[in-house]
Ligand binder design. Structure first.
Ligand code: SAH
Length: 294
């Protein structure tokens, strides 16, 4: 990364603000919700083998909206089962929002929440230290593998925790999204020193293929309205640009040629389409479903 540019994740508050704006400007959560209500019930059908208790782990849960929707579908499929839900989330603000949401949501008596304010790597270390033998029926990691040091090791650890008929769900931006094009073109210049991984489901699927692990996958169509990014000096546009590039104050700190290149690419047909005077970025995401290790 050029010295004047800092990673967006170095500023917790601005990261959170940009993430919230991203959720407002995109259909990210809507398309996840569609998936949860249409495809997930079938996926969850076979877990647990009729047991009256299910163990769930949510990794990188954020503020919990998506997790609670998944729990509610799980409950509909397995109405008689109680649920032990491990929440693994290192950001204190997000965890606070999650707890708040739980306290305001009626009908969650069947769930016991265990709050783990830590990264997935710390969770793994603790799990191993305590020699835990608990197995999980359903583990999900939505939009979080970018932030771990070694996505492959993380997948392999959580997969090893799956109970018989257990399912591991991984959700990331799709290899067919505008994100992939953006990262492929600019990752060297935007942030080669950052901790984040520019990982898409395309990478994860190649990895699983090379290890002979079978999986199912679901491409979810999603768009993000990035029109404001093209209005010079627009505050929200600048915040969205920070989110897209993961560079703090990208507009103000990026060298002019880099900025011009990124702006041109964002409007490129491989990244976005023009629709009713709006520039819509391809924010397709994909869910990969992996079964227990046999
Ligand atoms: N799953 C939610 C939130 C995704 S944002 C959703 O789809 O809406 C990514 C989340 O991963 C953030 O809340 C962030 O705090 C968390 N995170 C970052 N690094 C992590 C790590 N190493 N282990 C676990 N979670 C992490």
């Amino acid at each position: 990364m050029t010295s004047s540019m800092k990673s967006l994740v170095s500023d917790d508050a601005r990261y959170l603000k940009s993430f919230e704006l991203f959720l407002e400007r995109s259909s990210e959560h809507q398309c996840m919700q569609n998936f949860i209500h249409s495809e997930l019930p079938e996926i969850l059908q076979s877990i647990g083998n009729g047991a009256s208790h299910l163990n769930v782990i949510g990794v990188g849960s954020g503020s919990g909206e998506i997790d609670l929707e998944m729990l509610s579908e799980l409950h509909l499929k397995h109405p008689g089962a109680t649920v032990d839900n491990e929440v693994v989330e290192p950001n204190p603000g997000q965890l606070h929002h999650y707890k708040d949401l739980v306290s305001k949501t009626p009908g969650l008596d069947y769930v016991k929440f265990n709050w783990n304010k830590m990264t997935s790597e710390e969770f793994e270390d603790e799990w191993k230290e305590k020699k835990m033998t608990k197995m999980a029926d359903f583990i999900h990691m939505f939009q979080m593998l970018y932030y771990v040091k070694d996505p492959e090791a993380t997948i392999s650890f959580f997969r090893s925790l799956l109970n018989k008929n257990g399912k591991l769900l991984i959700c990331l931006v799709s290899g067919k999204s505008g994100w992939r094009k953006l990262w492929q073109s600019y990752m060297g210049q935007l942030g080669h020193k950052r901790i984040n991984q520019y990982v898409t489901t395309g990478h994860i699927k190649s990895l699983l293929d090379s290890k002979g692990v079978s999986y199912q996958s679901y491409e979810l169509q999603s768009q993000m309205d990035i029109t404001e990014c093209f209005i010079e000096g627009d505050e929200k546009g600048e915040l969205l640009l920070d989110f897209l590039t993961e560079v703090l104050h990208f507009s103000k700190t990026a060298p002019p040629e880099l900025k011009a290149g990124v702006m041109e690419l964002l409007h490129h047909p491989e990244c976005s389409t023009d629709f009713e005077n709006k520039v819509m970025f391809n924010n397709n995401i994909e869910v990969i479903v992996i079964d227990e290790c046999l």
